[in-house]
Every structure is written in C-alpha cells, then in structure tokens.
Design a protein around this ligand. Structure first.
Ligand SMILES: [Zn+2]
Length: 263
C-alpha cells in the first residue's frame, strides 16, 4: 500500500471516530425524518438564499465548476460513477476515498489540507448509499472545496461532516448552503429547472413554502429519468423518507436560486 493511502486511511478512521460526537444533533434528527420534512416544507428558501448568497459568488462558483465540468448547469451532471468521481478528484487536486460506513446517517466529509499531514484536501464518501446519494455527497463536498478556494466559509477545525439529516440547519449556515448549491445546480441544470419550476398560470414562480403534488411529481420524474432513482421498495421506509427529505431540500433550494438569481 502506498504511503499516502495509509495516511488517508488513518485520517478517515480518526475523523469517523469523531462523527458520533460532532454529529449528535444530526444523528438524532436522522431518526425523525418526518419532522425534518415538515420543517423544510415550511421554510422560506428564497429568504435564506437572499440572506446568505450573492450573485457574484454564484457566478464565481459556476465559472469554477465549469473548469471541471464544462456543461455544469447546462446539462444534468453524472452519471455518478467511480470514473466520474476519480476524474473530478484528479482535476480538482483532491484525495478521494469511498468506503462503506455502517451509519447511513453519514454521507461523507471534507477535510481541508491545512489541518492534516496530507498533500491535498480529502473527500470521503460513504458508499453504502444509493448511487444518486453518493453523487449528491460528492458534489456537496466539492462545494466545500470550492468554498475554501474562493477563500470563504472555512470550518474552524477544517472538517465538514455531511449528515443526511437536519437540512434545515443548512439554511442558516453560509458554508453548507454554498456546498448545497453545487448539488442543486448539478442535478437541476437551468434548462431543466425552468421547466420543472415553471410559473403556474396566475401564480408566483416556483414555491415559497408549500409544495403542491404536481410539482413534487415533476421533481420525482426528473430524478427518475436523469438518475434512475425512484424510492425503491427494497429500502427501509425511514431510508426512503430521508432520501425524500434530501430531494425536497435540493429542489426547494434550486427553485429559490432560479427565482432570486435567475441562475
Ligand atoms: Zn457540508
């Protein structure tokens, strides 16, 4: 085994050992996905993106992402395959490690290089999840990497955990919202977003708080046709509810970005 891969494995083990303590609140939330869904259905996403993001920052992010993925926000990104991850990690000068981890509450984490002995920052992804969730986690962690590159949103300890829970909390955290923006733009490129979140006759574009059935149906169909994900019966009801929470969160965020910044 190469020296760097031994160092990566050691770091991954050390960080995972902290996840239960650092993520206590998120791990508790993960056990109550219905609460999470209820809260994020009620949240005013346009207000959150106005408060925490600005158009210059978004343009910079899209420009940087297109260095790696030229069709970012023009076409759906993916498919989320091992080749897709390793090509992006190489282009971004990142260490990338995917391995199965027992707790499905954890999607992955990003570690800033400054806090480690490694030569490059590290993205770790829990590969126990569905391919779409793995792709979501990867794009989110790449979002943290872009954030450090543009000199914003450094985490105090250099570690950004991503738990598949408590998405509400992301709306109050600039760094998490910035990272989530990469996921929303990757999964819902502008041409698709304009169709999915089209203004219904006589109503405001997109949704502020509520989600009507036909809109959820359009979101679900987009995810199914783009990524082959459709809430399988082979997953536990709680896991499906957690994936639903993620789907609603990223869709509401995408609609808010379209509405507020026309991106
Ligand atoms: Zn994060």
């Amino acid at each position: 085994m190469e020296k760097s891969s031994i160092a990566i494995d050691r770091l991954v083990r050390a960080v995972l050992a902290k996840s239960g303590v650092i993520g206590a609140r998120e791990l508790a939330a993960w056990k109550r996905p219905k609460d999470d869904i209820r809260r994020l259905c009620q949240r005013d996403y346009p207000a959150s993106v106005r408060r925490h993001l600005d158009s210059g920052q978004i343009k910079e992010l899209v420009r940087r992402a297109r260095d790696v993925w030229p069709h970012f926000n023009r076409k759906v990104l993916g498919p989320p395959s091992p080749g897709f991850f390793s090509r992006a990690a190489d282009a971004l000068q990142l260490h990338f490690k995917a391995a199965r981890y027992s707790s499905l509450a954890l999607y992955g984490f990003y570690v800033d290089r400054a806090n480690t002995q490694l030569s490059k920052p590290l993205i770790f992804i829990n590969s126990s999840h569905h391919a779409l969730a793995i792709g979501t986690a990867f794009c989110h962690e790449v979002g943290h990497h872009f954030a450090t590159e543009v000199g914003k949103h450094h985490k105090p300890n250099g570690i950004s955990f991503y738990f598949d829970a408590a998405y509400n909390a992301h709306l109050r955290d600039e760094g998490e919202l910035f990272a989530d923006m990469v996921v929303s733009l990757a999964g819902y490129p502008k041409p698709a977003a304009e169709v999915i979140f089209a203004k219904p006759q006589g109503k405001k574009r997109a949704f502020k708080r509520g989600l009507d059935y036909s809109l959820i149906e359009r979101i679900r169909q987009h995810i199914a046709s783009s990524y082959g994900f459709d809430f399988s019966a082979s997953l536990s009801p709680r896991q499906n509810l957690q994936y639903l929470a993620g789907m609603l969160h990223y869709a509401k965020l995408r609609a808010a970005l379209l509405e507020q910044f026309d991106v």
